[in-house]
Design a protein around this ligand. Sequence first.
Ligand SMILES: Cc1cc2nc3c(=O)[nH]c(=O)nc-3n(C[C@H](O)[C@H](O)[C@H](O)COP(=O)(O)OP(=O)(O)OC[C@H]3O[C@@H](n4cnc5c(N)ncnc54)[C@H](O)[C@@H]3O)c2cc1C
Length: 482
Amino acid sequence: MSTDTPAELPVAVIGAGPVGLAAAAELLERGLTPIIFESGQTPAAAVASWGHIRLFSPWQYDVDAAARRLLASTGWQEPDGETLPTGAELLEQYLRPLAAVPAIAAALHTSTRVLSVSREGLDKTRTSGRETTPFLVRVRNDEGTVTDYRARAVIDASGTWSTPNPLGQAGLPAVGEVEAFEAGLITGPLPDVTGRDRDRFAGKHVLVVGAGHSAANTLLELGELAAQARGTRISWAIRNASPAGVYGGGDLDGLPARGALGSRLRTLVEEGRIELHTSFTITGFKPSDTLAVIGSTPAGEQQLDVDLLVPATGFRPDLDMLREIRLDLDPAVEAPRELGPLIDPEFHSCGTVAPHGAKMLSHPEKDFYIVGMKSYGRAPTFLMATGYEQVRSIAAALAGDQQAANDVQLVLPETGVCSTDLGSSCDAPAAEGPAESCCGTSAAPESEPAASSCCGTDTAPESQFLGIPTGLAHGRSAQRGS
Ligand SMILES: Cc1cc2nc3c(=O)[nH]c(=O)nc-3n(C[C@H](O)[C@H](O)[C@H](O)COP(=O)(O)OP(=O)(O)OC[C@H]3O[C@@H](n4cnc5c(N)ncnc54)[C@H](O)[C@@H]3O)c2cc1C
């Protein structure tokens, strides 16, 4: 066994997405040594999967400050801050160059999946000496070789992309769901139906399930495909009684872009080019050559026979690999306990909370942090810029600079809005003052949580587009009975 003391050991970073790579840059700037594990064959494998989607936050909010400084030394040309990249552009113009910076490349292990995290020699129940015992990070590479690494701290930035919510009711997979997925009748989230995955969808009857941003995107793209490829048929199933939240306000919408997109979707439905099934709760699947989708509806049980189903029902964190770590999570959202109430989709529908860092993200397990998309647990409104501030603060804390760790700053624009597109109820900039704003600028101490809602007004001018919509006005609590 190595005789390294914990302080000499590297900081393990799980995942080389935007936030994991930013964590590595922040650690390097603090003189700490990262070791990064990425399950994909290349960095930012999750972003690569949704490369065809255009971001709604412009470049200036998509680049971490320490990463920018690190890249500057390589002659990197920063993209124009006002433009909106696609996922593929984010990858090619920022994440891949960042992963190729020698100090990061030397620390990055691709095709390496973290299986579990623990403390060396101590299971979860052992307390004595725990805080000074190195972490043990067990990984498996693509050849199947399992290796244990030691680390002084662990930053879990593994995202939620690979763990979509199940389609069945009650948060559980419906009967036959796993088999239907394994048979290829249920796709992954956000397929590129007019590009990379076109052949899979052309001429097929496709059912989209979900009532948010992803569902709307996929439906509109399928609408394009159906106009080109004969025989393509589109169905859309939602649990709500009405799709109004997804359509937005149409011509009356405070944001023209959102209104236009919502109107396009509404038109496709009203012209019968999308068959909408409301109040449809999936109870089972019968997979064969095609897929029979069984749903409970107010009119009784219904069956939809389709070729393919695209799930757009959100994501949840994979907590299995953290079984031996002492976590303190919000019981509903599965985010760190203090963060959970600030982002709970029952009550919030916008993408920003007060700035937060090491303190709010800490767990009973000292020097262990969940960051990035995964830090929001089941809440859908995470922003990269939020993650960059999380890892800046954590790197400072690990370097012993508590003052910098506690001095968390919100870097989003004061009059920003939460999203560009349909589905969000909070696209209109908030009224004066950061407290009620969804995208305020002011620095805030860790101890001052955000105001509870961001939907301030529908009269303010359109400005920045930023944030992820959930399609819910003031959270799900405002949607009851709709
Ligand atoms: C379609 C879409 C559009 C979005 N648009 C925006 C936007 O406009 N602006 C914005 O700010 N945010 C946006 N987001 C939200 C969020 O910022 C992104 O999802 C971002 O990629 C999150 O970064 P991350 O590093 O936390 O996680 P990810 O990008 O998901 O990266 C996690 C990485 O960890 C790897 N991994 C997973 N499990 C393991 C494991 N066990 N071991 C090792 N590696 C593992 C994955 O392969 C992946 O590369 C968007 C999200 C989606 C899905």
